[in-house]
Ligand binder design. Sequence first.
Ligand code: BTN
Length: 148
Amino acid sequence: MVHTTPFLLVLSLALVAPSLSATKCVLTGQWTNDLGSNMTIGAINGRGEFPGSYYTAVTATTNKIKESPLQGSQHRTNEQGQPTFGFTVNWSFSDSITVFTGQCYMDKDGKEVLKTMWLLRSHVDNIEDDWKATRVGINIFTRLHPQK
Ligand code: BTN
């Protein structure tokens, strides 16, 4: 009888803990966006930094699309578990760079969603063309293989 209270405490923690963690938005994993691009974000280190890879569905060039590396960092997670983040994709098949900034949200259905804005800097041959070298846009990412 004396031992039932700790047992019940551990049992209730074990039952409640997984549902608590599901209320936080976690960047690590596989994502797809509204253009059909896919990206994988790796483990986040102690400084909030993460590696990853990006497979874009579209390109501003005529080059053959290839997987490209990304590097990013996220802000420390607050109580709400909806961190801001940024990452850079150094395109392996073009001379361009894209920077994304965004926030990892839990939507009203409990699904993780990344709302981002990006700047795509393309290479131009001379300074007179600099004015047309940067595109801007938004992308919305959802998990590629969502857990139910
Ligand atoms: C290039 O065309 O030089 C590199 C590929 C750029 C792809 C852009 S980055 C912003 C937007 N979001 C995507 O998923 N793909 C495009």
